[in-house]
Design a protein around this ligand. Structure first.
Ligand code: ADP
Ligand code: MG
Length: 226
């Protein structure tokens, strides 16, 4: 399952003990991912959060979704464990042998805006495109400036169908028009994120994929979220 147990000094993935070379690779992968804390799936109490699809999380932990460049959206109110899951899944993906970068939405947008001002946007875009999985935490806590929303769109468009993005958000996709300050831009971003079919997990609220279908936001059939 791409899950490392470190009990007793052994590093065990998929039931196999890791060799020292692999251990170094995983340790380096975790270091360059810049996770803000140490969180694991073993520590995540699925009983406490029954709305989380345990099976889906275990599947995502294998990193197989990266092969299709599928994206992952984790919804939920503040404090329900979104960041914990995002870090833990990111770790598992590193352990499965892939490169990961973790960033908050705020830090990402600040970096993209700064790079744009300094004429370094292309380089920054490359930096945020080259990892196999980009984790963007806490989208929607702060609304984007219009210009920032355009920069974010460029990043999503660049990663589209090439590499996966995992986003945690407290905002239902029907609210993303407000988050990005523009309904059409939000629909364009969602169209790329939700195509062909996102893996979505919903922590502690009643938002479901069928609402997205209702909003016409699945399957590349994007309509402005109103
Ligand atoms: P969110 O990102 O949704 O606001 P966090 O992931 O930051 O929430 O969770 C807040 C704190 O509670 C963190 O320390 C996290 O590890 C812990 N936590 C939340 N949900 C769970 C859970 N189901 N099992 C174990 N710890 C949890
Ligand atoms: Mg969080």
């Amino acid at each position: 399952m791409g899950i490392v147990e470190t009990k007793g000094g052994l590093w065990v993935v998929n039931g196999y003990e890791l060799g020292s070379k692999q251990r170094t690779r995983v340790a380096m992968g975790i270091q360059i991912a810049h996770f803000p804390a140490i969180k694991t799936l073993e520590e995540f109490d699925f009983k406490f959060q029954p709305s989380v699809d345990h099976k889906l999380v275990r599947e995502l932990a294998t990193g197989r979704f990266l092969a299709e460049a599928d994206n992952v959206l984790v919804f939920g109110l503040p404090g329900v464990g979104k960041t914990h899951l995002a870090i833990a899944l990111g770790r598992s993906v590193v352990e499965a042998g892939h490169s990961v970068l973790f960033t908050s939405a705020t830090a990402l947008l600040a970096a993209l805006s700064k790079a744009e001002t300094e004429g370094q946007f292309a380089e920054k875009l490359l930096f945020y495109t080259k990892r196999k999985l980009l984790v963007i935490d806490e989208l929607g806590y702060l609304p984007f400036e219009r210009q920032s929303a355009h920069l974010f769109f460029q990043l999503v468009a660049r990663r589209y169908e090439k590499s996966s993005t995992l986003i945690t958000t407290n905002q239902a996709v029907t609210q993303w028009g407000t988050v990005f300050g523009d309904d059409v831009l939000a629909a364009a971003i969602l169209d790329r994120l939700l195509h062909p079919q996102p893996h979505a997990d919903d922590l502690g609220d009643s938002y479901r994929l069928k609402q997205k279908k209702k909003a016409g936001l699945l399957g590349g059939n994007a309509a402005p979220a109103r």
